[in-house]
Structure formats: C-alpha cells, structure tokens
Design a protein around this ligand. Sequence first.
Ligand code: NAD
Ligand code: MLT
Length: 301
Amino acid sequence: TTIGFIGTGKIGQTIAFNVLMGGYTDEAILYDIIPDLPQKFEHELRHALASRRLRTEVMGTNSLEDVSSCDVIVITAGKPRKPGMDRRNLFVENAKIIAGLARELPKRNDAIYIMVSNPVDMMASIFMKLSGKYTISTGDQVETMRLRSYIAKVLKVPVNYVGGYVGGEHGDDAVVLWSTVSIKDEPVRDKVNKEEVEKYVKDIPGDIIKVMGGTTWGPGTIIEEIVRSIVLNENKVMSIAFPHYFEDEIVHISEPVVVGSKIGPSLESLLDEKDRWHLISATKDFYTFYKESLGKLQIVV
Ligand code: NAD
Ligand code: MLT
C-alpha cells in the first residue's frame, strides 16, 4: 500500500507518524509547499522506522508530480484556526488550496481521499465535487472519542465500557447521538449531565488550541485508526463523514458507518427519531452555509 500525505504541518506529521509506526504501509509520500520540510520529516521518520525495524519506504517532496500511484491520500494542507475562531471561518482560504489539489492529485492517483483540513466536511465535499473522486472526511470520529473519554472520566469507568457516537458536522454543530450512548451495553439514560457532556465535546479542542497551538495527539491517533481500517479492510463502525446527496450537492455528514476498503453500510436506520431529526437538521444547515460559501468562490469552483 502507498499512502500520500498532503501537508506535513502539525497534524499531518502526527498522522503520518502514527500510520507509519503501524507497520502496514509499503510506501509513504510526504508533500508540503514549505521548502525542505517534507524532506527533513522524511529523515525523522526513517530514524523512527529503523528503531522499529520497519521497512516502509518514505519520500519527502515539494513537487506534486512525485505524488503518484497512491492507494490512500490524507489531506491536511491548509490553515488551522486560531483561538476564538470558528472552523467555518477557514472556508474561503482553505477551499482555494483544496480546489488546487482536487485538480492535480487525481491525474496521478486513483486513491481514496481522506480530508482532514478544516472545515473538514465542507472541504471533503469541495474536493469530491471538483475531482469526481470518492472522498471522506474524518468528521465526527474525533468528537466520538472525545465523548467516550469524557463520560469514562466523569463516571470513573474504563473507557472501553463506553459506547456511542457523535454525528452531523465536525465542529460546533456536531450532535451527540444519545440513542447510541451506552455504559457496559446499557443505555446511558440520566447517568450523565447531557449538557455538560455536549459542552465538553465542543469546547475542548478550542481550549487545547489556546494552550498547545493546535490539536495533534488525539486526532492524530483517531485518524490513523480510520486509515488503518480502510487499508486493512477492518470494517470498524466509525462516525466519519461520507458523501450524501442533498438537493443539488454532495454534502459530507457524519453518522456511524462501516469503514473498510469500501465505506458502508451506514447504521443510520438504527438511530432513534430524535437523533435522525438532528442529522437532517445538520444536513440542511451544512447545505445552506456551503452553498452561500461556494457562491463567494466563483473564481475557483
Ligand atoms: P499547520 O499550519 O501546522 O500545517 C499545515 C500545513 O499545510 C503547512 O505545513 C503548510 O505549509 C501546508 N500547506 C499549505 N498549503 C499547502 C498546499 N497547497 N499543499 C501542501 N501543503 C500545503 O496546521 P495543522 O495544525 O497541521 O492543521 C492543518 C489543517 O488540519 C487545518 O485546517 C486544521 O484546522 C486541520 N485539523 C483538522 C483536524 C480534524 O480533526 N479534522 C485536526 C487537527 C487539525
Ligand atoms: C479538532 O477538532 O481538533 C480540529 O478540528 C482542530 C480544530 O479544533 O480546529
């Protein structure tokens, strides 16, 4: 398997490191526009691979032409938000970068594309719209793990006792799918303060960014699991965003879905009516903002 990493900044490095240490990749291609950054990161990874006795081939490059024959491409190129900013504020700036990549990458890569750059679901929709290539967004799998970790901490139970998913759009509009949340396979009911849990899930990344400058270790590990499930066809159920057809657009909304070499089927039909209503409402809200923002991007789309 050959995996391409487009963007080798904070989160790109963390994902690439985690994926390569997993030992299931034959070859990794690292690309960034900053001169010499992917080349020096290549050396770092080679040293780490040597320590683990892993034979993965790594190449760092500033030329997009070198990114070829990838099976999976992980895109982290683009600006991160600063403290106090909404992810959607990054739309215009990052859409220009993603549009450029959507034109170039498919020429040499018949890959499955995994979007990480924010606003991640909308960037996945733009990439798929312009490239015609199947694209997923890491979506709410990150929130899903934030949810489980917080409930485990509050209830003082091992995290593997906690089940449940977050869906909708990655970010402030994410919705906890309460009908899926369980402790030791029992519905959570009123064992937790739901508002407090929802607040944690939405606020914690911003709080981390304020102090650490960006989120890395959490998403970097969670996103590696998505990559692994695809590459090794593990068919795990994860809350990632995959293409939904709504009105005249493809929109990326997260819901629990089987993730393997193919994405699907979705477990949406197992949700209760309230959770399904929340997902529809998130889809409509996504569509409205997305359409308006596409309008501002006449030059690139
Ligand atoms: P960063 O600034 O550390 O890295 C971004 C990198 O993208 C830089 O190295 C930059 O040179 C590169 N880049 C810019 N334009 C490029 C292009 N055209 N081609 C290739 N590379 C290009 O930022 P970061 O903290 O790594 O975050 C990157 C993106 O990922 C942001 O949009 C951030 O919001 C997002 N992010 C998403 C998640 C998630 O869970 N989905 C988690 C963390 C970060
Ligand atoms: C995250 O949720 O960690 C990422 O989307 C980065 C961010 O919060 O901007």
